[in-house]
Design a protein around this ligand. Structure first.
Ligand code: CMP
Length: 225
């Protein structure tokens, strides 16, 4: 397994090579194709997962079948740890949005590591605090921002994490369908399509299959405020 990306993850950065090597012995590799789920909301679970490559969406469904995406995670990020700290069923469904490789770790193994290396729990707390901050921000945006503002913000966030320089801007291969993008910003696909079409018409971005090229970051940032 290519665990270089995990070696660089903040959670493990402080560990010596020997401790990290022992930990990697406990990891199990999971390979997923687009659309495959790792677990579903409500399942019991005793493992957490690190993303080695690819992307995972975390979503929740309403009783009427509508879906909301809580987050899109990429390489180096982890999920499935909530049940370790607050034993309860899975809080969301985790699904691959592209070819994805994960490294699974049993909760009991992380618990043992935390007990011997308290600095790992400080890193975990930081990751949880960062997630809460992002969630608060999304909640405020749902109340205070309009749909085009939320779409602009989501694209900039995806660009920060997955963007690569292109000849005329920043290529963001987010791998999401427009339906998934709509679930991420909490709006209908029609409204999100309209917002994207308006950004295209203004020359701020170009649409590609499951990707966008951001041509004018500054304008998009202004629109996201
Ligand atoms: P767990 O409840 O074990 O399984 C679902 C996982 O989704 C959960 O652990 C977290 O790792 C992750 N998760 C839940 N809510 C959020 C959120 N708001 N942002 C990012 N990840 C989340």
């Amino acid at each position: 397994m290519d665990i270089e990306v995990l070696r660089r993850a903040p959670l493990f950065a402080s560990l010596g090579d020997d401790v990290f090597a022992a930990l990697t012995e406990e990891l199990t590799e999971v390979d997923l194709s687009r659309g495959a789920s790792v677990f579903r909301e409500g399942d019991q679970g005793d493992q957490l997962y690190f993303i080695v490559s690819g992307k995972i969406k975390l979503g929740r469904s309403a009783p009427d079948g509508r879906e909301n995406l809580l987050a899109i995670l990429g390489p180096g990020e982890l999920f499935g740890e909530m049940a370790l700290f607050d034993p309860s069923p899975r809080n969301a469904t985790a699904t691959a949005v592209s070819e994805t490789r994960l490294a699974g770790l049993r909760h009991e193994n992380l618990r043992a590591l935390i007990e011997t290396r308290p600095e790992v729990s400080v890193q975990l707390l930081q990751a949880l605090a960062r997630r809460l901050r992002r969630t608060n921000e999304s909640l405020a945006d749902l109340v205070f921002s309009d749909v085009p503002g939320r779409v602009a913000k989501a694209l900039l966030d995806l660009a920060d994490r997955f963007g690569r320089p292109a000849t005329d801007g920043i290529l963001v291969a987010h791998e999401l369908t427009q339906e998934e993008l709509a679930q991420l910003v909490g709006a209908s696909r029609e409204t999100v399509n309209k917002a994207l079409a308006e950004f295209v018409q203004r020359g701020w971005l170009r649409l590609e299959a499951r990707a966008v090229v951001i041509l004018d970051v500054q304008r998009l940032r202004q629109r996201s405020r």
